[in-house]
Ligand binder design. Structure first.
Ligand code: ADP
Length: 246
């Protein structure tokens, strides 16, 4: 079932920058899709248009089965520094008017899902970069959205932390089966995570090609070191080079 239809979407900014030009993309309910492209090609812009945080200049974004609740994870964890991990995660529930005891229980559960049980009372300054990003993911998932939009969430993390978070994100996705749209400029990350990769051209960006990643889940460390993974990375890399040359 198709969840999102991006149709011939262009986006011009007030300063004259054309970020996207006539791009189209279909996204299936429940899939894990990565949007791969160089910095500045309009990936964030596309994600923000899908989220409804901005409007296209031309074209449409269709929701054939209705627009679901969505969660958004930014590159920076953007936590409130003056309060606890629990209160940070509970914020969307508070804004939705959920009663205190219920929102604290649900926030604690969401922290548990991202591997942070026991850190409910910690303040952001007491947490590592990876843990802060986990809090941010828990906050995006606490309302149990059907769609999770992620904008290079792990780009600022070290390689080892990033790998852990990639694996844990996939575990979470396999358990919950939200639709995942993951923006990245990393070929390796996109191949490791996704069922499908949409490859974007340089600015003004548009989706130039798509690549299916047929490997089974769960994707373990063994997958990350396999010949299959290396071959798929080469393919994705070649498509990215073609997109840049186009
Ligand atoms: P990416 O996520 O692929 O790095 P972005 O979508 O952030 O790319 O940006 C695409 C282009 O649009 C860039 O040249 C960026 O400078 C420009 N841009 C993004 N947001 C704005 C804005 N609000 N106003 C003007 N230009 C913008």
């Amino acid at each position: 079932m198709r969840l999102i239809g991006v149709r011939d979407v262009s986006k011009d900014f007030a300063n004259g920058v054309r970020a996207l030009e006539g791009t189209s993309l279909d996204i299936e309910a429940g899939e894990f899709l990565s949007v791969l492209g160089p910095s500045g090609c309009g990936k964030s812009t596309l994600l923000r248009l899908i989220a409804g945080l901005a409007q296209p200049t031309a074209g449409t974004i269709d929701w054939p089965s209705g627009k679901p609740d969505l969660g958004f994870v930014f590159q920076e964890p953007t936590l409130m520094p003056w309060t606890t991990a629990l209160a940070n995660v509970a914020l969307p529930l508070k804004l939705a008017g959920v009663a205190r005891s219920q929102r604290e229980a649900r926030a604690a559960e969401a922290l548990g899902h991202v591997g942070l049980a026991g850190f409910e009372r910690s303040y952001p300054r007491e947490l590592s970069g990876g843990m802060k990003m986990r809090v941010s993911i828990a906050r995006a998932l606490v309302t149990e959205p059907k769609l999770l939009l992620m904008d290079e969430p792990f780009a600022a993390l070290d390689e080892i932390t990033r790998r852990r978070l990639n694996t844990d994100l996939l575990d979470l996705w396999q358990r919950t089966r939200f639709t995942a749209v993951f923006v990245t400029h990393s070929v390796f990350e996109s191949v490791f995570l996704s069922q499908r990769i949409a490859v974007m051209s340089a600015r003004p960006g548009r989706v130039l090609s798509e690549l299916a990643i047929p490997a089974a889940y769960p994707r373990t460390e063994a997958f990350g070191t396999s010949a299959e993974y290396a071959a798929l990375c080469r393919l994705a890399s070649a498509q990215l080079s073609e997109a840049l040359a186009a």
